[in-house]
Design a binder for this molecule. Sequence first.
Ligand code: F0G
Length: 460
Amino acid sequence: MAEKKLPFEPYKIKTVEPLKITTREERDKIIRDAGLNVFSIPAEKVLIDLLTDSGTSAMSNRQWAGIMLGDESYAGAGSYFNFARSVKNIFGFRHVIPTHQGRAAERILFQVLLKTGDYVPSNVHFDTTRANIEVLDARAEDLIKAEAYDPEIVIPFKGDIDLEKLEKFIQGKGPEKIPLVMLTITNNSGGGQPVSMENIRETSRVCHKHELPFFIDACRFAENAFFIQKREKEYSSKSILEIAREIFSYADGATMSAKKDALVNIGGFICLNDDVLEEKLRNNLIVSEGFPTYGGLAGRDLEAIARGLEEVVGQDYLAHRIDQVGYLWDLLNEAGVPVYAPAGGHAVYILADKFLPHIPREQYPGWALTVALYREAGIRAVEIGGVMFSGKDEKTGKDKFPELELVRLAIPRRVYTASHLNFVAQALIDLYKEREKVKGLKITYQAPNLRHFTARFEQI
Ligand code: F0G
């Protein structure tokens, strides 16, 4: 396995956080005490944590230096101006409003723009954007191209929205029912796949033809820009910064979770050009997030975001980042482990129903795989399948499962080395060889909403 070209880490390690090694016997008890739910395990009992790439990045020495320089003034802090300068340098919008994380940006934007019965189309909404739309009795509509639901098709931009569907949707519902259109780049809920510049440009054209604002969910904009540079011919000699600027030049605004592509542990923002809308968003922000020059963050957090955004558009950083994900994907794919194709920007997604074909969807193969992976190797992954996205068929009242039963291995930025990835791949390959030993599960407790966080299970 190790003869493959290792992704070269473009950093050296200055501070270390020891990993605690546990035995299989200890982990068996820990996971049983946790009700067979990896969200309920103490993190210190996890060896390699691939639960999320959100808020888990390692900061650089420059960012840590910025933490010490943070200006904690309530109003007009210097760190806010550094933050705003850094955001504007990439995103180009006139206004930027800090928030404590991505979903706060979504809540504020939607509370101001949406009313009951409205629609918000997107390629695919992430769960928090969907939830923030649905709590306002509006509808979140996914209009991605059909290929995205086929885990085997390899096309360069599997995150593209279906422009024909979008045009029809706007005409069908009427533009007055659609306060904005969104695009998620990269598409987290669909394999971490990128959206092409052409698709972004065309989405903008369709929106503006109907005089609809076009917003980008920009969490992973730098990873998306890297794919554009590698896969869209006319961008091969452009820098990531130039590509990112062009992406946002087509939009009217963006929401951002800085916990991803700003390389920090907390933070977010909204940016936009419209002066009237900005004033309304700012007034909403003050009620719950804080004064507009800190928006629920400390001055030091703003300083870390400012510096993280400068680093995330670096060519060497991004090449390694995307290489790491591709490397793990290749190791698994070559060993026959079923994975969603092609590799995404921040995570490898395992096709759990193909990995464990003897476990029916009603017995949650994805969840069973996360439990087995923790028990056997101490690795924590997240199910994105029948437990997370359960539903009831409105007509039959029976359980309805999402199209894909996935387990996501999200890679934190700058945290793990190639040898950690080898370890993860080997653990999955070993588990795949013994897959028939993994058993299905039944739920013994579930909360009415977002049940995956607290549900408890028993083995069947
Ligand atoms: N949009 C996308 C595409 C996301 O992936 C996330 C978070 C958010 C918005 C919300 O941002 O967490 O800062 O409030 N995704 C995390 C994940 C939770 O694990 O994929 P937040």
